[in-house]
Design a protein around this ligand. Sequence first.
Ligand SMILES: NC(=O)c1ccc[n+]([C@@H]2O[C@H](COP(=O)([O-])OP(=O)(O)OC[C@H]3O[C@@H](n4cnc5c(N)ncnc54)[C@H](OP(=O)(O)O)[C@@H]3O)[C@@H](O)[C@H]2O)c1
Length: 261
Amino acid sequence: MERRVLGDGGPELPAVGLGTWRTSNLTAVVHAALGAGATVVDSSPMYGDAERLLGEEALRGRRDHAFVATKIWSQSAEEGRHQAERALSFFGGRIDLYQVHNLSAWRDQLTLIESLRAEGLVRCTGATHYAPSAFGELAQVMRTRRVDCVQIPYNPRERSVEREILPLAEELGIGVVVMRPLGEGALLRRAPGPEELEPLREFGVSTWPQALLKWILSDRRVTVAIPATSKPEWMTENARAGEPPWFGPDERALVERLAAR
Ligand SMILES: NC(=O)c1ccc[n+]([C@@H]2O[C@H](COP(=O)([O-])OP(=O)(O)OC[C@H]3O[C@@H](n4cnc5c(N)ncnc54)[C@H](OP(=O)(O)O)[C@@H]3O)[C@@H](O)[C@H]2O)c1
């Protein structure tokens, strides 16, 4: 799988990872992800018990093989510290990418994340938001240069980040993690048939989810896409979209037309 540098001089990450929001069968899916080289695993205290299951079960004995991205999600500084203590206990005392979830109390939480980084407990800092209405504030956070990475939604039907966030990430050397790459599954409901995907076959694409993931990753400003799935075989299929060759404008336009139906 292709590896891309996160931000300016950050770690090299595989282009496909795994999201854990509402993921059942987590251990089997994480093992499939690691086996396929999709070693970035994203979680949050907002995703029920996902952080604990990831750290204590799915990554048991395998912590060193994963790049753990998780988040602080609270309006309260005290609760933020509590979440950080719990997360550090689940993930062997270190978090690879620690993000402020939905920009909640971002000044307080980012200060905490920076202090954890100064102690060597956190490697990279980040901020996330899912809503275009918050992208102005997210851009403000990026301009402080205090985050190595942002996590945003991007797929052929959700392209708001093309206006400001992706150009700014490129300008400032900030990494981009793509959430909701398959539109939470909505983009898969009317999947094109094999004959419609034929022009993409020479790009290593044989399924519609792979076409959507490769559409995202063909924008070189993206560092890693994190599709979620509860099926190990789908994880393996998704990981294959992280290999070059990448789409040009014609292939991207084809995927956009197919996704618009
Ligand atoms: N959505 C948000 O607002 C949000 C916010 C912050 C962070 N995130 C992060 O981003 C991650 C990904 O976003 P997401 O979970 O919202 O949605 P997503 O990855 O766009 O879509 C997940 C859906 O796609 C299906 N799927 C995945 N691979 C497939 C394949 N190869 N073939 C057929 N179906 C496939 C899954 O089905 P099955 O479940 O049946 O396998 C699931 O229904 C989250 O898990 C989380 O870590 C999301």
